[in-house]
Write a protein that binds this ligand. Structure first.
Ligand code: AMP
Ligand code: MN
Ligand code: MN
Ligand code: MN
Length: 305
C-alpha cells in the first residue's frame, strides 16, 4: 500500500493500492482517546507523544466526564506540532441504559460544562461506594480503596479501576474477565448507572461551543429499531456526529450510511486506553472514504496554541 498526499483536506492521505476502496483519505485523526485523568494508562503528555510517534496529526483527548488533562495535553501537542482538539466523553443514561457522548472542540472552561461534569463526578463517587458495597457482599472487601489506588484522578473513579483492583487481587485474569464476571450489566458487581439525560449532555457540549458525537454506537447492543430511536432523538437534540469506531474499522460503510440517513456527520476515533501488545493503539481508526462529511470541521475549531 502506498501513501500519498490527498487533496481531500488538511492532513489527508490516500491509500490507493490493493485496498478495498479506490481512494481512502486517511486523515491522521484520532478523536477519541483516554489518559490517566480518567481510565487510560498514560499521562496526557505521554498520550500525545505516543500519538505523534504514530503519525496522528489531529488528536482529541476525551476523558470520561473530565477535562483536567487538556492543559497538559495541549502544551505537549503544541511542542510536537500535533493539533489538539479539546474533548470529553460524557456518561448519559438513555432509556435506562448507559451511553457515551463525545464533546469535541469544547471550551473546557465553559460554565455549564464545568458544572455538569462536576455533578457527574459526584455521581461517580457515589456509584463507586455502591459498587464497593456489592463487592463487600460478595466477600471481596477493600475494593473502594483498592480501586481508588488505581485511579490517578480519584474524581473519575470508574469500573476500570475496580477491574484493575480485582486483577491485582488475583480474582480475575484481566480487566475483560472482570467485566465479564462482575461488572458488565446484570453481573453481581454492576450498579445500574444513573447518569444525566441526553438533552443535558448535548446542551453542555453545545453551550461550550463543541460538537456532540455519539460514541461507539455498536457497543450498546441496541436493536435496529432502538438505535434508530436513539439517533433520531440525538439529532433532534442537536447532536452533530456519529462515531465510526474501531468496530467498524474493517468496513465503515454500513455505519456511514446510518450516519447519513440521520443527518449526522462521521467522526473517527480509537477509544485508546492502554498500550497492549496487539491491541488497538492510538491512531488505529477507521478510514473514511472521500466524499463523506466529517465532524468536527477542523476549520471551525480554534487552532491549539
Ligand atoms: P464507567 O464509565 O465507570 O461505567 O466505565 C466504563 C469503562 O469501562 C469504559 O469506558 C471502558 O473503558 C471500560 N469497559 C467497559 N466494558 C468493558 C469490557 N467488557 N472490558 C474491558 N473494559 C470495559
Ligand atoms: Mn473507559
Ligand atoms: Mn465509551
Ligand atoms: Mn472512550
Amino acid at each position: 500500500m502506498t501513501e500519498r498526499p490527498c487533496s481531500s483536506g488538511p492532513g489527508a492521505f490516500c491509500y490507493d493500492a490493493d485496498s478495498t476502496f479506490p481512494c481512502i483519505p486517511f486523515l491522521h485523526r484520532d478523536l477519541h482517546t483516554h489518559s490517566a485523568c480518567s481510565d487510560g494508562a498514560l499521562a496526557p503528555a505521554a498520550l500525545v507523544r505516543r500519538a505523534a510517534s504514530r503519525g496522528v496529526a489531529v488528536l482529541a483527548l476525551t476523558d470520561h466526564d473530565d477535562v483536567s488533562g487538556l492543559e497538559e495535553a495541549r502544551a505537549e501537542a503544541s511542542m510536537l506540532g500535533v493539533r489538539l482538539v479539546p474533548g470529553v466523553e460524557i456518561s448519559v443514561t438513555w432509556a435506562g441504559q448507559g451511553i457515551h457522548v463525545l464533546g469535541l472542540g469544547v471550551d473546557p472552561c465553559a460554565n455549564g460544562l464545568v458544572q455538569g461534569l462536576d455533578g457527574l463526578r459526584k455521581d461517580r463517587a457515589s456509584r463507586a461506594e455502591r459498587i464497593a458495597a456489592q463487592f463487600d457482599a460478595l466477600g471481596i472487601p477493600g475494593s473502594l480503596e483498592g480501586a481508588a489506588r488505581h485511579a490517578r484522578n480519584p474524581a473519575t473513579i470508574g469500573r476500570s479501576h475496580f477491574a484493575r483492583f480485582l486483577v491485582d487481587r488475583g480474582l480475575a485474569r484481566d480487566e475483560q474477565d472482570v467485566f465479564k464476571r462482575y461488572l458488565a450489566a446484570g453481573k453481581p458487581g454492576f450498579v445500574a448507572p444513573e447518569w444525566r439525560p441526553l438533552e443535558q449532555a448535548i446542551g453542555w457540549i453545545r453551550g461550550a461551543g463543541g460538537y456532540a458525537v455519539l460514541a461507539h454506537p455498536e457497543r450498546y447492543k441496541l436493536s435496529g429499531a432502538r438505535l434508530r430511536d436513539l439517533l433520531r432523538e440525538f439529532r433532534a437534540l442537536g447532536g452533530a456526529g456519529l462515531e465510526i469506531g474501531v468496530a467498524s474499522r474493517m468496513n465503515p460503510l454500513p455505519m456511514l450510511r446510518i450516519a447519513e440517513a440521520f443527518g449526522l456527520r462521521a467522526s473517527v476515533g480509537s477509544d485508546f486506553h492502554t498500550p497492549v501488545n496487539g491491541g488497538v493503539d492510538v491512531g488505529d481508526t477507521a478510514r473514511i472514504p472521500s466524499g463523506h462529511a466529517l465532524v468536527p470541521d477542523l476549520e471551525a475549531l480554534p487552532v491549539a496554541a
